[in-house]
Write a protein that binds this ligand. Sequence first.
Ligand SMILES: Cc1cc2nc3c(=O)[nH]c(=O)nc-3n(C[C@H](O)[C@H](O)[C@H](O)COP(=O)(O)O)c2cc1C
Length: 248
Amino acid sequence: MPDPGRPDSSAYAAPMATEIPNLLDGMATTRAIRRFAAEPIPEHDLATILWHATRAPSGTNRQPTRFVVLRDDERAVEAKAILARGFRRGWRDKAADAGYGSGSALDPVSPKGRQRAAMDHFVEHFEEIPVVVLPCLVRYRAPNPFEGSSVYPACQNLLLAARALGYGGVMTGWHVLVEDELRAVLEIPDAVAISATIPLGRPLGRHGPVRRLPLRDVVYDGHWNSPSDWAIDPPGTRFAGPPPIAPA
Ligand SMILES: Cc1cc2nc3c(=O)[nH]c(=O)nc-3n(C[C@H](O)[C@H](O)[C@H](O)COP(=O)(O)O)c2cc1C
């Protein structure tokens, strides 16, 4: 019997765009979307998504995140074309490192083959993605390893809000490969970090349950590596482990 307080992802049915999933269902079904319909996102939906992104917390409520939203004006089109080159290069390098050019990746019905096809489609059609958001951090102290912690909660809120309205997106980092050009076109000052690139749009595929490691592998009770008998995945949960680490 599923616990009524927990999402039962196995029973999850994708809602109509007009049905907003409850918070827990939304979190359980916000997965990476990389294939988008060629439909613009209406401004009122974009504003709703960004408003919810800006509800995220930041250290001392400093609110250092700014969102550069690329739609279809001339400069945005230029920036998307620059990003597209970065994404193609990023995926080409990752595909080579992670063995996407051989073995099961060549079988279009294998999980790896499907992942490869989705990634190929993503980078080949990057310029057509309706909206690309660049969450940026206005630095207020020297760069440090913790600085992203005031930006990334907003990124996840943005993805959850998009999910709530029937849109999808994915957190990415391949702007770093073309960052100088991108900064120049968009006039992003040096003191501002581009923290992520988040493409957004109406998904071509379906939303569905995310797969992660079982709770027993990631929750330690009281001390390191101590298993718990209460952290149990809801019935029907589907799992996925991390990919193997590519040889250096
Ligand atoms: C910090 C971070 C960086 C990521 N960078 C990229 C990226 O550069 N390109 C990309 O296609 N996906 C990127 N992703 C998306 C992850 O691959 C994706 O969230 C993960 O595989 C889980 O996918 P799922 O939620 O659909 O299960 C990134 C995600 C995170 C959180």
